[in-house]
Design a protein around this ligand. Structure first.
Ligand code: MG
Ligand code: MG
Length: 260
């Protein structure tokens, strides 16, 4: 069943989503070539606990960490560990928190060092597709409109949409109905109504859309080992526009400072 949220509930989801946004900004501060993915996880976990929140992924169906860190051909659900980030890597960092009974969820893909221009383009187009989807996440539109926006934008640039992993409703549960597909047809699917809160999260591949699970039973990678990008916002469907409850501003402020 689909749960529609009151404004009071939406503010709680915003609060959790902003802790995620700021935890990802803490990751942005320390992410660099030579750093291990488990160090990023430690930084995020400390920040979340210091803010009176709980890491949402840790223990979720047995997942062992605070962050999902997925490098290059890894699409999502990478487990932080001893792997060290190398020059030219792209690193998807996905984070969720629980506070006052409500979840927030957001993901950002970082580029480190000299990233292949085609791969950099994959990141830019994936992020653009997320915002195009958010633009149609308004009362009276349909779920298919969201998927349509993502799919048409990325396919126009020759990239492909992962089919087997999707966005989701979010609130008192990390994953709620409905499934939010990143492909679809305009005017199809569930009607979007004010108060629906969803995580929109395009997972976009440079090559084939097909994916495979790794032997660790968590990490998902592309079948052709080509790179994959992932950006995610938690948003509330509004009457005239979507309310973006998470934010990339904190992350991008840090990245801009680092680059200057
Ligand atoms: Mg996520
Ligand atoms: Mg999610």
């Amino acid at each position: 069943m689909v749960f529609y949220k009151s404004q009071e509930e939406i503010e709680k989801i915003r609060n959790s989503s902003l802790i995620v946004a700021k935890a990802l900004a803490e990751v942005a501060k320390v992410i660099k070539i030579g750093v291990s993915t488990k160090y990023l996880d430690k930084i995020a976990e400390e920040f979340i606990l210091d803010n009176g929140a709980v890491p949402a992924f840790k223990g979720y169906r047995g997942f062992p960490a605070t962050l999902c860190v997925s490098i290059n051909e890894e699409v999502v659900h990478g487990i932080p560990g001893n792997r060290v980030i190398e020059n030219g890597d792209i690193v998807s960092v996905d984070c969720g928190v629980l506070k006052e009974g409500y979840y927030g969820d957001s993901a950002y893909t970082f580029s480190l060092g000299n990233v292949n221009p085609e791969v950099q383009k994959l990141l830019e187009i994936t992020k653009e597709s997320l915002y195009k989807a958010i633009d149609v996440a308004v009362h009276g539109k349909r779920l298919g409109d969201i998927g349509f926006e993502v799919q048409t934008h990325v396919e126009k640039h020759g990239f492909s949409v992962v089919r087997d992993l999707v966005g989701h409703g979010i609130g008192k549960n990390l994953h709620e109905k409905p499934n939010v597909l990143n492909y679809g047809q305009r005017g199809n699917g569930m009607l979007l109504k004010e108060g629906l809160v969803i995580a929109i999260e395009p997972m976009i591949n440079l090559g084939t859309y097909k994916i495979v699970e790794q032997r660790d039973k968590w990490t998902i990678k592309t079948m052709d080992n080509k790179p994959s990008a992932h950006f995610e916002h938690t948003i509330a469907v509004g009457r005239n526009n979507a309310d973006i409850l998470s934010s990339f501003k904190f992350i991008e402020d840090v990245l801009n400072l680092k680059n200057n």
